[in-house]
Design a protein around this ligand. Sequence first.
Ligand SMILES: [Zn+2]
Length: 246
Amino acid sequence: MDLTVLGCHGPYPPAGGACSGYLIREEGMSLLLDCGNGVLSRLQQYLDFRDLDAVLLSHLHPDHYSDLMIMRYGLVMARNSGWRNDPLKIYAPPEPEAEYERLPYKEVYSVEPIGPDQVLQIGPFAIETGAVVHAVPGVCLRIRSASGTLVYSGDTEYFHGLEMFAAGADLFLCEANFQEMDIVNNLANHTSASQAARVATAAEVKRLLLTHHHPDRDREVSRAEAEKYYPAVEMATEGETYVIGT
Ligand SMILES: [Zn+2]
């Protein structure tokens, strides 16, 4: 399984960067995890967006889905020209309702609700969802294929049980929007780099890839805070492809 980081920032990108978006590929199937602003442009460096098989949204914050509001124009043109006739499948939490209802567009998307504790099979990917603690309902994702297991935290603050959900992952893609100072200051809704690293160690994951970098926070500080608990920590980098498992 290949994971290509298209965008790894939030809640807004730095100059030249993009918000959350990860392209997962295996056996000719292409799955997009989240589709924040800047992701559609980046995606096309690797794949024609009209050939995507499905999109999975961790939650309905615009930094995780806003480029779907743009991709739909291209998909209408693709349908009109005969390039693509079937709608693109979008899996998303059904709340906030107003956001969810904005997703369908001229039948180019087929939108299906997902929640915690579900099991999905999308081509070669066996997917389990888990609950998160965030400002809006969302899910974390455990994606298994014949070659390995990817766990994606989505957006969440630390909660007891994340270790269990991530247990033994070949790669744990975990948000680290916060630093220790933010936790001391009682900020909610996101995980710090050191919390992510402690989860990774407890869960005995094979690789930890920190993401959802905050443009106002020094990435090297986040790395140093995480390295205290998980020395081999990696920082998600846009344009990089990570091979998961064998
Ligand atoms: Zn969010």
